[in-house]
Design a protein. Structure first.
Length: 225
């Protein structure tokens, strides 16, 4: 069978990978793994932890991208050697001929579809789903006063911390009714997705917080008069 067009495709992809490695110096990994070296900083002492976290994320991403390309390059070279040896297109497991349709889709394929490893779909789920399921069972119900909201997320996540994350004047220090907001008026004032576009487009929710706020305003007016 003629695999000349696949050979050209593999050689072109190999050339592009090598060119990419040359241009970015293997994603900068040849300059060392220290975060201060990769970021250009002489010291990380005065950097905010979030900045250091961003640098670490970018470093890990570079390592992953570099690893993927190295693995792809290895597969391409293996397939090119198979073409030289006359073993290209033969399944390494069954000995059957790999269909041309499969090779055109995956030029580095070594087996027929039926012999591909890891065909089973894993049933493992992230451990976080257990917490999310419990949160849904607890907060989502037919009762209006038992709704799931943003503070609920905070409390559930913070429960895994060893130290308390609640600080003085925090916007979520009141756990009584789970209606915490940055400012008091945000508990009963809302706008649409466009944000604030004028007083005619603000909705006031007539709830407990609104009544308490109005009572406070009336009390202040009485004191001033």
């Amino acid at each position: 069978m003629n695999y000349e067009h696949l050979k050209k495709q593999l050689e072109e992809r190999k050339r592009r990978i090598l060119q990419e490695f040359d241009q970015n110096d293997h994603y900068g990994l040849n300059r060392g793994f220290a975060s201060d070296t990769s970021s250009g900083e002489l010291s990380q002492y005065d950097n905010h932890p979030a900045d250091s976290g961003t640098e670490l994320y970018e470093r890990e991403k570079d390592i992953a991208l570099n690893g993927h390309l190295k693995e792809e390059l290895s597969d391409i070279e293996y397939s090119l050697n198979q073409m030289k040896n006359g073993t290209y297109g033969i399944c390494e497991v069954t000995g059957k001929e790999i269909p041309m349709e499969r090779l055109e889709a995956i030029p580095t394929a070594r087996t027929v579809k039926e012999a591909t490893p890891n065909q089973e779909i894993s049933s493992d789920r992230p451990i976080e789903e257990e917490v999310l399921t419990e949160m849904e069972d607890e907060y989502y119900s037919e009762h209006d006063n038992n709704e799931f909201n943003t503070p609920n997320v905070y409390y559930e996540v913070a429960s895994f911390n060893e130290n308390s994350m609640t600080y003085e004047d925090a916007s979520i220090v009141d756990e009584e009714d789970n209606t915490e907001y940055v400012e008091e008026y945000e508990q009963f004032v809302s706008t649409d997705i466009e944000g604030y576009t004028g007083t005619d487009h603000v909705n006031f929710e007539r709830n407990v917080e609104y009544d308490e706020f109005m009572d406070e305003q009336d009390q202040l007016d009485d004191e001033q008069s």
